[in-house]
Design a protein around this ligand. Structure first.
Ligand SMILES: Nc1ncnc2c1ncn2[C@@H]1O[C@H](COP(=O)(O)OP(=O)(O)OP(=O)(O)O)[C@@H](O)[C@H]1O
Ligand SMILES: *[C@@H]1O[C@H](CO)[C@@H](O)[C@H](O)[C@H]1NC(C)=O
Ligand SMILES: *[C@@H]1O[C@H](CO)[C@@H](O)[C@H](O)[C@H]1NC(C)=O
Ligand SMILES: *[C@@H]1O[C@H](CO)[C@@H](O)[C@H](O)[C@H]1NC(C)=O
Ligand SMILES: *[C@@H]1O[C@H](CO)[C@@H](O)[C@H](O)[C@H]1NC(C)=O
Ligand SMILES: *[C@@H]1O[C@H](CO)[C@@H](O)[C@H](O)[C@H]1NC(C)=O
Ligand SMILES: [Mg+2]
Length: 668
């Protein structure tokens, strides 16, 4: 503080020393130099204040505010003959904002008859005037404005200009902020918004009536060529007694306008401002920030946001990945529901190496439940094809309650958009068809095993038809739906297609479902499934197991094409044993084999009333009842002759069987 006072006194002394040399100088002519404003006696108002480090802070960031600072006493500007004397002023200013490169309004050096700017407006009026008084000749002020806003109402040239204002804000002359290079003479921009301090020189020649305004960045000497040089007789403007100082205003953007140093001389060039001795501007932004917050904080927050974003995306993807469909009515089936996530993990994401096989409805995967280590088979059924999902699920759940040693246990289900997952007990020895149709070798089942499996399946089917609380029609009995557990017991699987009927009520009519070759004739033409259509399919299954041949062989053209007809032919010719699977090499019980073959023919009889029920089938197999002797009359019908009797024309029939098999084997 003492230092600045010293400077001030020193400069006064210096100016006195020069005074005798300078022409037109009288001892009363004022001269001062402020390098910072500590301890000075400026008159400040409103937001203007002198900061602790000596900056003159005209505005403090308050929006829509104004502030002024004046040299405390008025100066005498006129010569005795009423002309404005020469004067010279220079100052260093800086503009700061919380928003980098964005400040609003500006500041002005002003010469005015009064320090009272109470009725002046902030914002675009720069704290100099107001709507009514703007441009009024009685204002008697001169201002050098430094404006960061282009106000069309005042004909501003751009949003970064310096202008000479007489009595109002419509500059008589203005220029983009910058300087003319001393060497090349070309113009260089400076930006008021840059946050860097700049220096301004205003020189008035009383004789030439010329005003020069020059600007430069802080590290530069005063350029030789001024930015604005214009002729104007200030005698009409400035009055004998006038105050000099600064005015500034803000609007809706938080801006701070500072003056760092100021030098004024009447009738002489202003004293040079020693830049090194000026106070420092605060950093851009509200609070001084450390390197930590400037560099590390943004990086840290950016990476934090990235990580959080990534985690959210991952979680969302997980959610989508494991998304399920659940509806209110499913609540009651809750215990039978598996979460997709568990099934996904159990099957290692439905990997191909866990694929057990694929059927008409979808793929079957092997899995191990993580929680219980239970081995499961998961069948993925695409369920767009199914209506009545609620009925279907209730069936699934009630089927899940069926427990029998010869049935594959259904453990539960899971539902997702577009698919249904059915969870079954895993049958470690796979399905029977693999043993029947594999190439000859150690996997071939011997007769005893085959006979055992047949009895197993008969017992399972009997349970479904007669022993459980409802009649359950399997609808899809065939070798691939017969699964073998680890003791090689036969178990009837795949209740996916089954429909339930209450005991005693009429059988519902639905469309024909089943597999070609196993479908009873009445099922084909009426679509009505019944326990006896299951018996028909079971009959075909008996023939299949004994003969080791598929029910229909599309690639053979002779009488072996349709298994029933072929067995029937041999039965008629008394050569039944010729149909027994050659892979057994004659190593089988002839009585049992013939019993099974004849029972197979009986079960797959075209006439429903000729077929036995499953109770009887069990008894025949256990030899508790003798098999009724089949007569040639009973068995005189082949499949085709029967159909003809029902009113089918053989030609249309063969074509309709063709379309049926292609249609059915694909979509069922
Ligand atoms: N519970 C199970 N345990 C072990 N393997 C199974 C199980 N269920 C099915 N498989 C295997 O998956 C294969 C495909 O079964 P899937 O039921 O989808 O087809 P399918 O039986 O040939 O025809 P359908 O659709 O008429 O049932 C079966 O052949 C069988 O090998
Ligand atoms: C400050 O100015 C007032 C009048 O405005 C004057 O009385 C006072 O002496 C001045 N003080 C200094 C230190 O210049
Ligand atoms: C700015 O100055 C005004 C007037 O002195 C004052 O009321 C306000 O609190 C100041 N604001 C800040 C941010 O310093
Ligand atoms: C400043 O001027 C206004 C009117 O423009 C007046 O009301 C007020 O009293 C003046 N203040 C001073 C300190 O003279
Ligand atoms: C100078 O300012 C003008 C307009 O404000 C701008 O187009 C130009 O790019 C600036 N030039 C430099 C060198 O800053
Ligand atoms: C103003 O500038 C012109 C040329 O740039 C110069 O001739 C003149 O002397 C200057 N006047 C003052 C008062 O500095
Ligand atoms: Mg199956």
């Amino acid at each position: 503080m003492k230092f600045f006072v010293l400077c001030f006194l020193l400069s006064l002394g210096l100016s006195l020393a020069f005074s005798s040399i300078t022409t037109g100088y009288s001892p009363g002519d004022i001269q001062f130099l402020y390098l910072g404003f500590v301890g000075t006696n400026l008159s400040v108002d409103e937001t203007a204040t002198i900061t602790s480090n000596g900056l003159l802070e005209l505005t403090n960031g308050t929006l829509g505010s104004k502030g002024h600072a004046f040299y405390p006493s008025p100066l005498h500007f006129l010569t005795p003959d009423g002309k404005v004397q020469s004067f010279s002023v220079t100052f260093v200013f800086g503009i700061r904002s919380s928003y980098l490169s964005m400040t609003r309004q500006g500041l002005a050096f002003v010469v005015a008859p009064s320090k009272n700017f109470t009725d002046a407006l902030p914002n675009q009026y720069l704290g100099l005037t107001n709507i009514v008084k703007n441009n009024n000749p009685t204002n008697h002020f001169l201002a050098i404005e430094l404006d960061t806003v282009q106000n069309v109402e005042f004909n501003d040239i751009d949003s970064n200009h310096v202008g000479i204002d007489i009595n109002g804000l419509d500059s008589i002359h203005s220029h983009t902020v910058g300087y003319y290079d001393d060497i090349s003479g070309s113009f260089h921009n400076l930006s008021l918004n840059s946050g860097n301090p700049m220096q301004v020189w205003v020189d008035y020649s009383g004789e030439a009536k010329q005003i020069n305004v020059t600007m430069a960045s802080l590290e530069m000497e005063k350029p030789a060529r001024s930015l604005i040089s214009t002729t104007y007789d200030l005698s009409t403007v400035i009055q004998e007694s006038a105050y000099i100082g600064f005015s500034s205003s803000t609007d809706e953007i938080d801006s701070r306008h500072y003056v760092l140093g100021w030098s004024f001389s009447m009738n002489r060039p202003a004293l040079k401002i020693d830049i090194a001795k000026l106070p420092k501007l605060p950093r851009n932004g509200q609070k001084p920030r450390s390197k930590l917050s400037e560099i590390i904080l943004p990086i840290a927050s950016a990476s934090f946001i990235t990580v959080v974003g990534a985690v959210i995306i991952l979680l969302l993807r997980r959610r989508l990945h494991y998304a399920e469909l659940k509806e209110d009515w499913e609540v009651e089936f809750g215990p039978h529901r598996f979460s997709y996530k568990d099934l996904y993990h159990a099957t290692e994401g439905f990997k191909n190496r866990n694929l057990l096989g694929a059927g008409g409805f979808g793929k079957v995967y092997k899995g191990v439940l993580k929680s219980s280590k239970l081995e499961i088979a998961v069948k993925r059924v695409s369920h767009e094809s199914r209506q009545g999902m609620k009925e279907f699920i209730s069936e699934v759940v009630s089927i899940g309650r069926i427990r029998h040693r010869n049935l594959v246990q259904l453990l539960g289900y899971c539902r997702r958009k577009g698919e249904l997952l059915l969870v079954y007990d895993y049958m470690s020895n796979g399905s029977l068809d693999k043993y029947l149709y594999c190439f000859e070798g150690k996997h071939t089942l011997n007769w005893d095993r085959r006979f055992w499996i047949i009895k197993c399946i008969a017992s399972g089917l009997l349970y479904l038809h007669e022993k459980w609380e409802k009649v359950v029609i399997h609808r899809d009995i065939k070798a691939s739906n017969v699964l073998l557990d680890k003791e090689m017991n036969g178990r009837l699987g795949d209740f996916g297609l089954a429909r339930l009927y209450d005991h005693g009520t009429d059988l519902q009519t639905t469309h024909a479902v089943g597999t070609v070759g196993y479908m009873a004739p009445e099922l084909i033409y009426s679509g009505k499934a019944s326990p006896l259509t299951d018996v028909f399919a079971f009959g075909i299954f008996l023939l299949e197991v004994t003969c080791g041949k598929r029910p229909v062989n599309h690639n053979i053209d002779d009488d072996r094409a349709v298994l029933v007809d072929w067995v029937l032919k041999h039965w008629r010719e008394g050569s039944l044993t010729e149909t027994v699977d050659t892979r057994l090499h004659g190593d089988y019980n002839v009585d049992e084999a013939c019993l099974v073959l004849k029972l197979g023919l009986l079960c797959s009889h075209p006439f429903t009333n000729e077929r036995p029920n499953m109770q009887q089938v069990m008894q025949y197999l256990d030899r508790e009842l003798p098999l009724p002797e089949l007569t040639h009359a009973d068995m005189s019908f082949g499949m085709l002759s029967l159909m003809q009797d029902e009113g089918f024309d053989p030609f249309t029939l063969s074509s309709s069987i063709g379309t049926m098999s292609s249609g059915i084997s694909g979509g069922r």
